[in-house]
Write a protein that binds this ligand. Sequence first.
Ligand SMILES: Nc1ncnc2c1ncn2[C@@H]1O[C@H](COP(=O)(O)OP(=O)(O)O)[C@@H](O)[C@H]1O
Ligand SMILES: [Mg+2]
Length: 332
Amino acid sequence: MTHDESTPAIETSGLVKTFGSTRAVDGLDLTVPAGSVYGVLGPNGAGKTTAVRMLATLLRPDAGQAHVFGLDVVRQADAVRGLVSLTGQYASVDEDMTGAENLVLLGRLLGYRKPAARARSAQLLEAFGLTDAADRQVKNYSGGMRRRLDIAASILNTPRLLFLDEPTTGLDPRSRNQVWDIVRAVVAHGTTVLLTTQYLDEADHLAARIAVIDAGRVIAEGTPGELKSSVGAGTVHLRLRDAGQRPEAERVLARVLNSPVQLGADPVSLAARVTGQGTEREMDRGAAEQAARALSELAAAGIVVDDFSLGQPSLDEVFLALTGPAKSEAAA
Ligand SMILES: Nc1ncnc2c1ncn2[C@@H]1O[C@H](COP(=O)(O)OP(=O)(O)O)[C@@H](O)[C@H]1O
Ligand SMILES: [Mg+2]
């Protein structure tokens, strides 16, 4: 057969796609192990959708190679299509039909007989919390319900590999959590998921490994822990009672955290990166300890802190850390 346990779900080398003078994907090298969620993290325009469309056989690469479970996406495109499913902005759900009608129709197109298509549809609607909405037209669904129906439609046939292209962009936190639960359930059933996202915390929650892409290339790759150790464990954000104490607070933070302090536009706010060391667990603990020490030294200096938070680095901070002066070679 075409694959065994050790065959990667996806393997690309030097993959390229240009549109006119835009190199949307510019020499992409990816290896996605089977059986888990792989996160592709990048800002708008990084080339995520273009890469996914080539892997799903919807676009022909201009150069390079891509294999899905060992099958060439160009020369063995039909076989690849039998193994993959794509959801995102290209899902083929009909707005004027109900949720149930959509799933039954897609099931019929996939070759299910009518009773089997109905049964599978009912099962998926139930699993995705859409039973009550089954007979409502999709155009009346909320964004979160629509996204869940898209994913349900794409796993009607339990694909070996599911592409989820920014499945939570624009969703409220509750709907986002529902989609995350679905992703976990899909992977627990043995499907490999390639998830694109603009949110580091999403990749961190779901993905076993993450590739950070920028301008069509991989600029960093690893486990969430490895990525965070190259970027720093997080950022502390502070609000002071008294704006007059900010210069002193800035000195204390710079000394304790040993990193540059950013002054917010608001005269009482400051932020600084916390760089923990070691494993992901050690790093998170180290970051919390450093943040606690910063707070106690601020208190010792008589500085009143009204609000304090320790958050994960944002995608912007990840990019700054990965493409900043110290790592300019990687970005070049
Ligand atoms: N069909 C197309 N025609 C022309 N340019 C395109 C087309 N699709 C994508 N692009 C360009 O390619 C780059 C990557 O786009 P895309 O793959 O959609 O990025 P992402 O999904 O990461 O936001 C962008 O500069 C985008 O404008
Ligand atoms: Mg996109």
